[in-house]
Design a protein around this ligand. Structure first.
Ligand SMILES: [Zn+2]
Length: 247
């Protein structure tokens, strides 16, 4: 079975039951990540695995979101933290505030010993600084598209890097060479569905994960089944649960 470590169930046009059926038919299980408080509550019970976090796009003035997040994470030790992170594109919330919110959540993940799914856009240096400040070592950078050097820094901190649908589109020379340069034990896969569709599709779906795996296996010179096994083992190590048992 393949593990899609990051998809957004609430954004899919297909109903949750059908998403699950399609994924199972494609031999895929997934972690649905909730990015703001209403989504966390909606996702409970609707996906095989979940992660909850406040995404930088959705910074809220609600004062009790952090308490809600901690409470939801406490209820089930298999819940991961994410997507959280820093996004310094134009028009995003002020960077100091983003960093504060990000580090608060990294600290919660640290204290509960949960894996973190990180969104980093135009912010790798600041994400690295926050990871170091909080001493967070249990994380994955989702849909990684940074340089080899940035990749090595994340790896040296203990992190994983996740490849998404972009790897199926061509040409992606830099992305390919970065994934070729890192140890296979640190690679994860995701669809980020419905965003980042694979080549030839308008909308992402966890059922497309095998095509991402196939494209990556090809550029790594590995067999598809070897990459499936390895990336699933990697996900089990980072998230510390058995995706087969709990599926
Ligand atoms: Zn993201």
């Amino acid at each position: 079975m393949w593990v899609d470590i990051n998809m957004h169930l609430e954004l899919m046009s297909t109903p949750p039951d059908q998403v699950l059926k399609d994924a199972h038919a494609a031999n895929v299980t997934y972690i649905a990540t909730g990015t703001h408080p209403e989504q966390w509550r909606w996702l409970e019970g609707r996906a095989p695995h979940v992660a909850f976090g406040l995404h930088p796009h959705y910074l809220t003035d609600e004062s009790d979101w952090l308490v809600t997040l901690e409470d939801l994470l406490h209820r089930d030790e298999q819940r991961a933290v994410g997507e959280i992170g820093l996004d310094f594109r134009h028009g995003m919330p002020e960077s100091d505030r983003q960093i504060r919110v990000f580090e608060n959540q990294l600290s919660i993940a640290q204290s509960l010993d949960r894996a973190v799914i990180i969104h980093a856009v135009k912010s790798h240096h600041e994400v690295i600084a926050s990871l170091k400040r909080v001493r967070c070592e249990r994380f994955v950078i989702h849909a990684f598209t940074g340089s080899r050097e940035i990749a090595q820094t994340y790896l040296s901190l203990g992190g994983y890097l996740s490849a998404g649908g972009l790897i199926t589109r061509e040409p992606q020379p830099r992305l390919v060479s970065v994934f070729q340069s890192i140890p296979k034990e640190r690679i994860l896969l995701e669809t980020d569905a419905p965003d980042l569709p694979i080549a030839g599709q308008r909308c992402g779906s966890p059922a497309h994960l095998p095509q991402i795996g196939r494209a990556l296996a090809e550029v790594l010179g590995a067999s598809e089944s070897a990459l499936q096994q390895l990336s699933t083992q990697n996900a089990q190590r980072l998230f510390d649960y058995d995706f087969f048992q709990s599926n």
